[in-house]
Design a protein around this ligand. Structure first.
Ligand SMILES: NC(=O)c1ccc[n+]([C@@H]2O[C@H](COP(=O)([O-])OP(=O)(O)OC[C@H]3O[C@@H](n4cnc5c(N)ncnc54)[C@H](O)[C@@H]3O)[C@@H](O)[C@H]2O)c1
Length: 261
């Protein structure tokens, strides 16, 4: 590692999860201090603990991204520990893999509130801190659903397409503050989001990639022939977070093995 994020301070939501955890580890290994924020406090603590054991700088925070007061508390806790926030990764998301007919209003609201409102609240919470830092980078988690949503879960389609608009709006609004905003869209990533049965992303045999039929469907939709790993995606987050990407804002970076073509 080459200290590409030395002196930077990152808040990473869904930081206890697979992709957020991979970002937290790689950002810390590149010199950033990280706040690992997750609704699952134990998971956040475990990732932060791994980082500090490896001589990195990290704190864990319990955060439900839907709560503006928790966002305010976490930004101020992070700023007290490490200085003004320079990076925000909005990973927290939810999905219920049912058809339009079957999707309930409650499922719609949960997906939209965690994925889209949560990211909006996060951006509003960190921007004053980023201004104090003299600039920053906001990285939003996209999806193939942000490119070609197709059928299935309508709220997931609306949430991820909405993330494109939120990214461009933030990029426009804060360019003059030296704050960039980028959306990164993975393809099929082998994580508990599509494998396990989590409260934010329930899977059973009919949807999980534990079922070889589902795994093969996703593999055959990926021209490069393998699912992505959380590390594949974290490397793109790292690139977008550094000055190597200093003229990239409002854009989407896809890391999907060609699945979105
Ligand atoms: N796995 C994939 O194939 C894939 C592909 C494209 C996009 N995504 C997106 O990636 C993100 C999920 O990441 P993952 O695949 O690492 O899954 P994951 O289940 O390992 O991680 C998700 C994390 O988000 C946390 N979370 C859920 N609700 C929250 C809330 N209200 N507040 C704060 N944290 C919350 C969970 O506790 C969990 O730790 C989602 O935005 C999802 O839409 C996943």
């Amino acid at each position: 590692m080459t200290g590409r994020l030395e002196g930077k301070v990152a808040v990473i939501t869904g930081g206890g999860g697979a992709m957020g955890g991979a970002q937290a580890r790689i950002f810390a290994a590149e010199g950033a201090a990280v706040c690992v924020a997750d609704v699952n406090e134990e998971a956040a603590q475990s990732v932060a603990g791994e980082i500090t054991e490896a001589a990195g700088r990290a704190i864990a925070a319990q955060l439900d991204v839907r709560q503006a007061d928790r966002w305010a508390a976490i930004v101020s806790q992070t700023e007290s520990a490490f200085g003004p926030v320079t990076h925000l990764c909005n990973n927290a998301g939810a999905n219920f893999r049912v058809s339009f007919d079957e999707q309930t209003e409650e499922q719609w609201r949960t997906i939209m509130e965690i994925g889209l409102t949560g990211a909006f609240l996060g951006i509003k919470a960190v921007v004053p801190s980023m201004r104090r830092a003299g600039g920053g980078v906001i990285l939003n988690m996209g999806s193939l659903a942000a490119i070609r949503p197709g059928g299935g879960s309508p709220a997931y389609a609306a949430q991820k397409m909405g993330m494109v608009g939120l990214t461009r709006s933030a990029a426009h609004s804060y360019a003059a503050d030296n704050i960039r905003c980028v959306i990164i869209s993975p393809g099929h990533v082998d994580t508990p989001f599509i494998r396990g049965n989590n409260p934010h992303s329930p899977n059973d045999w009919s949807t999980s990639i534990d079922n070889p039929d589902n795994m093969n469907r996703r593999l055959s939709a990926t021209p490069l022939g393998r699912l992505q790993t959380a590390d594949d995606i974290a490397k793109a987050f790292l690139f977008a977070a550094t000055d190597e990407a200093s003229m990239i804002t409002g854009s989407m970076i896809t890391v999907d093995g060609g699945a979105g073509m």
